[in-house]
Write a protein that binds this ligand. Structure first.
Ligand code: ARG
Length: 459
């Protein structure tokens, strides 16, 4: 038996196998929950005192002891012990070392099962708030950038082929819409995270006259879990959070892919500032877009964690099973990865250099205003399908003769349709094309500016 007596050792006659002790311990990673564990314990003790299970003095001693333990943890003096398995038993044992037998009363009317479920929910609630803040910060950076680029023209792509001219402001606002939905998903998930398991005890509730609403109020929970079996066992709230996180990473991976492509000499639309790139140890000319590449790569680990959690929960019979101890590392890593990715993005966007000329030149290639010519013909009474055909022929002429649509003379254009008149050239310019898409959700600079105002009011 290890030097430290285990709180559950009463019914055992043989010591834990040394390897099993290490194998089953979670303290190396769940010590991260210490602040929430202590917060939950103080609230639990206060509730026990209020309903007369602990005296006011006992409660006070417990609270003081726990606050001191928090200090010990924060200044690195608490000795974590694997023999004490997890953060809960480490803290409780330390409390008894400090205040004696009264410390042993803290666990009255609860179990590590409802305790750990409470700790993770408190932790996740706090982290969700920080992630929402990080998303808002990134959204603000993107909105500011979109405002600067409200008139910047680049080709929009479908199938990664130049399609139609768009404004860069509009393009950036597309990412904003995705991130706004991501934020709403987290806000919604927070409601289900913020429900209190405490009181469920091991699985069936407790014989003490507990006041769960009081504990919930102390801990800021919006509700108390209705069913004790459900409260200690399900981790669906963590899976839901992970799905929301996976969607955010999916969006960032798409964004990253563009930044990587656009940094290449083939596109050459943007230059990330040196602070967000690294060089090559062999090729002196290289400046690599490491940050977006890494965010793209880190998306994989978040997806992996989501799948770990789904699989962890799959087929688990009611109620608590030790399997659930495996929920923590994926959750922690998702939180760290997500916060890191959002932070680095919010820092990177304002310092990104946009190469306006290159964007514009790219938009001039690839017949991006062909649809505008078709729309022009529709305006002259040609049915859209026929207009499409006429423009297709003029594009083919341009391909064969290596020229652009807007460089064709009026006479030449009239050889494709005699309805074409001198006003056609206005429709064929990049500015004419974007300005014409002047409706809610369109790419015209005036619409982009209005969309930024609406976005800001939502932030
Ligand atoms: N370390 C455990 C976990 O993370 C705490 C709950 C343990 N409960 C138990 N009955 N062994 O899930």
């Amino acid at each position: 038996m290890s030097t430290l007596e285990k709180p559950w050792s009463g019914r055992f006659t043989e010591p834990t196998d040394a390897f099993v002790e290490a194998f089953t311990a979670s303290v190396s990673f769940d010590q991260r929950l210490y602040a929430y564990d202590i917060m939950g314990s103080i609230a639990h003790a206060k509730m026990l005192s209020r309903v007369g299970v602990l005296t006011a003095d006992e409660c006070q001693q417990i609270e003081t002891g726990l606050n001191e333990i928090k200090q010990e943890i924060e200044n690195g003096t608490l000795q974590w012990s694997i023999a004490l398995e997890d953060v809960h038993m480490n803290v409780e044992t330390r409390l008894t070392q400090k205040i004696g037998n009264i410390g042993k009363k803290l666990h009255t009317g609860r179990s590590r099962n409802d305790q750990v479920a409470t700790d993770i929910r408190l932790y996740l609630r706090h982290e969700i708030d920080l992630i929402i803040e990080a998303l808002t910060r990134l959204l603000t950076a993107l909105a500011n950038r979109a405002e600067q680029e409200a008139e910047t023209i680049l080709p929009g792509f479908t199938h990664l082929q130049s399609a139609q001219p768009i404004t860069f402001g509009h393009h950036l606002l597309a990412w904003c819409e995705m991130l706004v939905r991501d934020r709403a998903r987290l806000q919604d998930c927070r409601k289900r995270v913020n429900s209190m398991p405490l009181g469920a005890a091991a699985l069936a509730g407790t014989t003490y006259p507990i006041d769960r609403y009081y504990t919930a109020e102390l801990l800021g929970f919006e509700s108390v879990a209705e069913n004790s079996l459900d409260a200690v066992s399900d981790r669906d709230f963590a899976i839901e959070f992970s799905s929301a996180a996976a969607l955010i990473m999916m969006h960032l991976s798409r964004f990253s892919e563009e930044l990587v492509l656009w940094s290449s000499s083939q596109f050459d639309f943007i230059e990330l500032s040196d602070a967000f790139c690294t060089g090559s140890s062999i090729m002196p000319q290289k400046k690599n877009p490491d940050v977006p590449e890494l965010v793209r790569g880190k998306t994989g680990r978040v997806y992996g964690h989501l799948f770990s959690l789904l699989t962890l929960m799959k087929s688990q019979p009611l109620a608590y099973n030790k399997d659930n101890q495996e929920d923590k590392e994926p959750i922690f890593d998702i939180v760290d990865t997500l916060k890191g990715s959002l932070r680095v993005y919010a820092d990177m966007i304002p310092s990104m250099r946009v190469k306006h000329e290159n964007m514009r030149n790219a938009a001039l290639r690839g017949f991006t205003t062909a649809t505008d010519l078709a729309d022009y013909l529709v305006g002259k009474g040609v049915p859209f399908r026929d207009a499409h055909e006429i423009v297709g022929k003029s594009v083919r002429y341009c391909v064969e003769n290596r020229c652009s649509l807007e460089s064709l003379s009026l006479e030449l254009l009239q050889s494709f349709s005699d309805l074409i008149q001198a006003d056609v050239h206005a429709a064929l310019t990049l500015e004419g094309s974007i300005a014409a898409r002047n409706h809610v959700g369109g790419t015209a600079p005036v619409q982009v500016r209005a969309a930024i105002q609406r976005l800001r009011s939502r932030l």
